[in-house]
Design a binder for this molecule. Sequence first.
Ligand SMILES: [Zn+2]
Length: 259
Amino acid sequence: MKPFEFTQGTLPLLLSIPHAGTALTPEVEQGLSEQAQGLPDTDWHIPQLYDFAREMGASVLVGNYSRFVIDLNRPPNNEALYATATTGLYPETLFDGTPTFKPGMTPTDDQRQGYLATIWTPYHEKIQQELARMKQQFGYALLFDAHSIASVIPRLFDGKLPDLNLGTNGGLSCDPSISEKLTDLCAAQSDFSWVMNGRFKGGYITRAYGKPQEDQHTVQLELAQINYMDETPPFSWRGDKAARLQPILKKIITTLLLR
Ligand SMILES: [Zn+2]
């Protein structure tokens, strides 16, 4: 299995989808706890949800492996991303705190070093290569990191998550004018609740590649899954709901492209 799928676009925009993958290595597959076997923390159906962005001309990068193998949106040194409860480069627990692996069935350090070299590193090299290419061609580059999560996870956040959770690393990952335009766009509609730099401020990808001083801008969007799928197994796509959500996603992407 290749570490990622990549489609080259025509716009100065890279859509990164690090958590939609469901591929497992043999040792992870054998080791997963019963609760983890359905891959509950996957960003389900995100490539399908953003099909329109590919049609618009965005480049699209999609990780193939599950975050239970290695989390592409965590730093390679496995520093904690959030001061509150979180999961790491090699998640030991599910979002709800349940162990990811059966006792004694966690992959070895050597196996994990292998995942870092053959899954994590190629994904990040591709991001770097594509952003560099865009900057050479257009003079600037935009990265949109697309995520989704169940709308209620008591261990990670209180109550029900807003529908749209935009993150710009507290304003550091993109030009202030981009944050402003996105904020204005969300404030002008009442169909979906939203927050800018709330619980989800942007993960490693948003933070590492957001360099507005170099005209390289990143934005993360963490979507509440309730607006396009069933949040319980088998996590089915809900076309009726997705059709309602996609217009605002398209407006967000279009606004980002205004830079
Ligand atoms: Zn995610």
